[in-house]
Design a protein around this ligand. Structure first.
Ligand SMILES: Cc1cc2nc3c(=O)[nH]c(=O)nc-3n(C[C@H](O)[C@H](O)[C@H](O)COP(=O)(O)OP(=O)(O)OC[C@H]3O[C@@H](n4cnc5c(N)ncnc54)[C@H](O)[C@@H]3O)c2cc1C
Length: 390
């Protein structure tokens, strides 16, 4: 007979691990299944570790404020270091266009509880040590944002969840969903190794989340595209915030460029290509390094002799509107979604897990429902609305 749980989480990644943790904390008997060999081995480990509530979408702001609370208090609550560094996020500005964009969203950010302000250039120079001062107008700074180690966080969430009694099954792939007699309620999962039953099934399958949705007859468009990142040799700490330059690159191929110095000392960096790389190809490109190096040195000239240690490419599980899909689809019972995290799954994960756990155990999200519903699986993904700050 198939083993029975209260909840099954598909995917031990940036979203699945915290979701399993909060479900277990609420007293549920939880099973986590992942097709890879341990936790965090999907896109979680591709993230550069940025955790910000600096968004323009109200739901993302509030979910990430919760994530920041969870990450920042993790060591105090569990005794485990996960590389949390509260250095803030700074968006420096060199052109009127970006000044207008960032200033236009300040009121909505503040309204939803984000601590953020516009700083003139003299203050930005103090926030970002060594920043190129030529043409610097100013920028925004949100001091409570920070960085975390994706792998340390994933490992610690897993360990704490196991301590609460949850079971993790690795190298096991979900191949189907099991339904009740009327075919309207999801009652379990089928894997390449067995069958497991539960009242609540959470799809947290990242880049493969659409495949799981299709098993329930849901057409939710999560399409991965790939992004490159890299890390330098460790340096003495000098850079507090994670820095985001939203100007397009002069080479004409890149949009946002972002980097920070993590708690171990290396600079870790990434950019958003203008022409996306759809699909799951994760081989590194030859253009990333020279473009990235020019953008990095033009912003922080003192980094010109830094040694690059490693480059990698990973996937953003993208939605058409750039906003995650979180909640219960109205036409399927028993199935919950924490998917479509785009480039923000690490920063969204704990907040999403906390709210999904509340939805499953209490019947409502922990945050205000009107705001939570902005992430609804029932929304029109092609309404044309996109987040101003991605
Ligand atoms: C270069 C780069 C930099 C990034 N930087 C940041 C950053 O600074 N901050 C940030 O917040 N985000 C960042 N991201 C994005 C972040 O990595 C993702 O949004 C996040 O990891 C997605 O989380 P997830 O839980 O949805 O997916 P994952 O972490 O990939 O977890 C999904 C899990 O589901 C499993 N799975 C899938 N299908 C099945 C199945 N059928 N059966 C069993 N298991 C299955 C997978 O093996 C995987 O472990 C970055 C991404 C990249 C590529």
């Amino acid at each position: 007979m198939a083993s029975k749980y209260d909840a099954i989480v598909i995917g031990a990644g940036s979203v699945g691990n915290p979701t399993a943790y909060f479900l277990s904390k609420a007293g549920l008997k939880v099973l986590v299944v992942d097709e890879l060999s341990s936790s965090g081995q999907g896109q979680n480990k591709s993230a550069i570790g940025g955790v910000r509530a600096t968004h323009s979408d109200p739901a993302k702001i509030q979910i990430c404020l919760k994530s920041i609370e969870i990450y920042s208090e993790w060591q105090k609550n569990t005794g485990t270091h996960i590389g949390w560094k509260k250095g803030g996020y700074c968006f420096p500005v060199y052109r009127q266009k970006e000044e207008d964009i960032l200033k236009s969203i300040l009121s909505i950010q503040k309204k939803h509880g984000l601590i953020i302000d516009w700083f003139e250039s003299n203050k930005i120079k103090k926030v970002v040590t060594g920043i190129n001062e030529k043409g610097l107008i100013g920028g925004t700074f949100s001091p409570n944002d920070g960085q975390v180690s994706p792998l340390l966080a994933s490992e610690s969430f897993t360990n704490e969840t196991m301590k609460l009694g949850a079971e993790f099954r690795y190298n096991e792939s979900v191949t189907g969903l099991l339904f009740d007699r009327n075919n309207s309620t999801v009652k379990g999962i089928k894997t390449n190794k067995g069958e497991y039953m539960a009242d609540s099934i959470v799809n947290a399958a990242g880049a493969h989340a659409s495949t799981i949705c299709k098993m329930a007859g849901l057409d939710i468009p999560i399409n991965p595209d790939s992004h490159e990142a890299g890390i330098t040799a460790p340096l003495k700490q000098f850079l507090d915030p994670l820095v985001v330059d939203i100007r397009p690159g002069v080479e004409g191929k890149t949009a946002n460029f972002y980097f920070g110095q993590n708690s171990e000392g290396p600079i870790i960096f990434c950019y958003t290509p203008i022409k996306i790389f759809p699909g799951e190809d994760r081989s590194c490109t030859s253009e990333f390094m020279p473009i990235m190096a020019r953008r990095l040195v033009s912003l922080i000239p003192r980094l010109k002799n830094v040694t690059i240690r490693r480059l990698w490419r990973g996937l953003y599980p993208m939605t058409p509107d750039g906003v995650a899909v979180v909640g219960k689809p109205s036409n399927v019972e028993g199935l919950y979604l924490g998917i479509g995290m785009c480039g923000q799954g690490l920063m969204m994960g704990p907040g999403v897990g906390f709210n999904l756990s509340s939805l499953i155990t209490e019947g409502k999200p922990a945050m205000r429902k009107e705001v939570f519903d902005l992430l609804s699986p029932d929304r029109d993904f092609y309404s044309g609305k996109k987040e101003a700050l991605k």
